[in-house]
Design a protein around this ligand. Structure first.
Ligand code: R5P
Length: 310
């Protein structure tokens, strides 16, 4: 087995490799002066089971291109099997035609990864589970709740908890978390009147006097979470925290979260934290490295990874 990293999140790749007690495969992933991506793998990969780690996070297009070129380099280097390990699968929000003459970019990206030569994909909290079906190769989709639930249990042991979906689309995810934690479920009925602007309408469920935990897959502008937190606070929640797998946190998201009623936002390291995230007192990061590494080990040994879901 070999572990190779592109440039989106070297610390996560290094942590995964360390967990597996393997060095990262020697490779150069760099740019020509016109910004074309160039990859050179500097050790033999012929016949190897190679896992290439790369999130298609900001800058999404550059990082995606690095992944595609790396897969091509591995294929041409005669790797036996190539698994794209994509902790954060970008473009996933474009998973259906949202209007006339709009793309389904999640499907396009799935095609690109497959055509480049990936044999399988390992990812986490796809925006919609059905995106697995956009690939004609096997996709293992891990869940952030596997790392979040322990943290929630440690912090809120014995408290009156309610897991809150910040929008109707996230109900299945929040319900799964509530079930595992033996907590109640509430839903924020959010209407988005304009692209990029979220508006809270209504809370379904009992939140007054209770510790509310918002659960989501992505926090990008922070608008969804902050609006939900305001609504929950106005409804009399005792505290409001959020557990979100992918901290995209673009634009003024960190400042928005810091000045919101959210007590804490917990994210994973599926995306490399910016300096603003690292120094923020409102945002904490939990690592997915052991979980990803364990899944990689099991894929390589061709043993079951479903035990990781329990
Ligand atoms: C929406 O369906 C997603 O699950 C997230 O709620 C959304 O992408 C978050 O975006 P933002 O932080 O920009 O409101």
């Amino acid at each position: 087995m070999k572990i190779m990293a592109c440039n989106s999140n070297r610390p996560l790749a290094e942590a995964i490799a360390a967990y597996l007690n393997l060095p990262l495969t020697k490779a150069v992933v760099r740019r020509f002066s016109d910004m074309e991506v160039f990859v050179e793998i500097q050790e033999n990969v012929r016949g190897e089971d190679v896992f290439v780690i790369q999130s298609s996070s900001f800058p999404a297009n550059d990082n995606l291109m690095e992944l595609l070129v790396a897969i091509d380099a591995l294929r041409r280097g005669s790797a036996r099997r190539i698994t794209s390990v994509i902790p954060y699968f970008g473009y996933a929000r474009q998973d259906r035609k949202s209007g006339p003459r709009t793309p389904i970019s999640a499907k396009l990206v799935a095609n690109l990864i497959t055509v480049a030569g990936a044999d399988r994909v390992l990812t986490m909290d796809l925006h919609a589970g059905q995106i697995q079906g956009f690939f004609d190769i096997p996709v293992d989709n891990l869940y952030g709740t596997l790392v979040f639930n322990q943290d929630i249990q440690d912090r809120f042991d014995g408290e009156d908890l309610v897991i809150v979906s910040p929008d109707v689309g996230g109900v299945v995810r929040a319900r799964g978390m509530a079930k595992k934690l033996n907590a109640d479920l509430a839903i924020v009925d959010k209407r988005r009147e304009q692209a990029g602007v979220s508006e809270v309408m209504n809370i379904i469920g009992e939140v007054k006097g209770r510790h509310c935990i918002l659960a989501d897959d992505i926090v990008d502008s922070g608008g969804t979470l902050c609006n939900a937190a305001v609504a929950l606070a106005e409804e009399g929640a005792t505290s409001v925290s959020a557990y979100v797998t992918h901290g995209v946190l673009s634009g003024g998201a960190v400042a928005r979260i810091t000045s919101s009623p959210l007590d804490r936002l917990v994210i994973t390291d599926s995306i490399l934290a910016t300096e603003a995230v690292r120094v923020s007192h409102s945002i904490e990061q939990l690592t997915i490295a052991p979980l990803m590494a364990e899944a990689i080990r099991r894929i390589s040994e061709e043993s079951s990874i479903s035990v990781l879901f329990n």
